[in-house]
Ligand binder design. Structure first.
Ligand code: MG
Length: 372
């Protein structure tokens, strides 16, 4: 069957809730329970499944599980069912007409990629130009009550083999924890993520971090302030990595052009799909900026798409992709996605490479809506 003749026959949106093994504190707040959305498409060429990575609460992004539910059930899925979709590249211009709900649009694009690649009998990574079968795994350590507990956490992650440790920081929790970790682990690949919690007036606290050989300082200033990041980057030796700011290909281009970042964190959901993620990757190549793949506390399903993306040539830094078992007692996919010696292997099946455990999903389901 040729892809230009493929129709979407039905679509389901399923909201599930999975308890996290630990509560996760960032500059935006604390998460204890991961609510997330699964998009399941039945096409005339087979099934495709993907995860919408929006978080339960706003903060990281105005897009949440609830706004994505509204966008998917109110606009995207009803318009998609019965539609002749073609390849993911052919449906992309239509998805670009939903700039206010990029995480929802990304989930639709990913589900179509899954169906498309499965019908070709190929892995997603292979189809989009991946060049490796594994990726070094990095972990994020949330804000801790004190430096003693922070050191214990970092020690455990290193013992588990992780290749890069990123500490969440915020004003008042920066120099002291970074200095303590650097002293304890002099050769560790160490980075920090502020989730936009600083202002330019607090640049001194960030300049003080230059002494600790950080791989990058991620998103120091609020997402909208690209010019501020360019000004700050000119004052810092440590590279700035942008995360929340990179919410479109155009913003990625602008950030690189004005020197607002020397490293880019690519997230499929934030950029609105795999195709914009590929465009951001290629832009970064042209600017000599390495990229890595960020995480959104995804289940194994979203994690599998991240792994496929991380196989692209310019993903030269360890991503925030770590073992599912760090987060969940039991994952919703059958294939174990676990780091071994600090390396995550790509699942090797067709499409996303993972199989959703629908029986388990049915136990976790909060609500479901289907379109025929
Ligand atoms: Mg981040």
């Amino acid at each position: 069957m040729k892809w230009p003749d493929v129709d979407v026959i039905s679509a389901s949106l399923i909201e599930i809730g999975i308890p996290l093994k630990f509560s996760f504190a960032t500059g935006h707040g604390t998460i204890r329970h991961r609510r997330t959305l699964l998009v399941r498409l039945e096409t005339s060429a087979g099934e495709g499944v993907a995860e919408c990575v929006a978080l339960p609460e706003p903060g990281y992004s105005p897009e949440t599980v609830d706004t994505s539910w509204e966008a998917l059930t109110g606009r995207l899925l009803p318009a998609l069912v019965g539609r002749r979709v073609g390849t993911p590249a052919e449906i992309r211009p239509w998805l670009d007409t939903f700039p206010d709900c990029r995480m929802a649009a990304a989930a639709v694009e990913c589900a179509l990629w899954d169906a498309y690649c499965r019908s070709l009998g190929q892995g997603l990574s292979q189809v989009i130009g991946g060049v490796r079968s594994e990726t070094p795994a990095g972990v994020v350590v949330g804000i801790q009550p004190d430096t003693r507990r922070l050191i214990e956490k970092v020690e455990k992650e290193i013992a588990d083999g992780y290749r890069r440790v990123k500490l969440k920081i915020m004003p008042g929790w920066d120099r002291k924890p970074v200095e303590a970790v650097r002293e304890a682990f002099p050769s560790l690949d160490l980075a920090v993520d502020a989730n936009g919690s600083y202002t330019l007036a607090e640049a001194d606290a960030l300049e003080a971090l230059d002494a600790f050989g950080l791989s990058y300082i991620e998103q120091p200033l609020p997402a909208a302030d690209l010019e501020g990041h360019a000004e700050l980057q000119a004052r810092l030796m440590s590279p700035i990595c942008l995360d929340e700011s990179i919410d479109s290909v155009a913003r990625c281009r602008r950030a690189l052009e004005i020197g607002a970042a020397r490293v880019i964190n690519i997230k499929i959901g934030r950029l609105g799909g795999i195709i914009p993620a590929l465009e951001a990757h290629d832009l970064a190549v042209r600017h000599g900026a390495p990229v890595w793949c960020g995480g959104m506390l995804e289940t194994g399903l979203g994690r599998a798409f991240n792994l496929a993306l991380s196989a692209l040539p310019n993903f030269t830094l360890p991503g925030d992709i770590s073992s599912s078992s760090r987060y969940f007692e039991r994952d919703i996919v059958i294939e174990p996605l676990e780091a071994i010696d600090g390396v995550m292997k790509l699942p090797d099946g067709p499409g996303s490479g993972v199989t959703v455990d629908w029986e388990f999903v049915s136990h976790l389901t909060h609500r479901k809506k289907s379109f025929h």
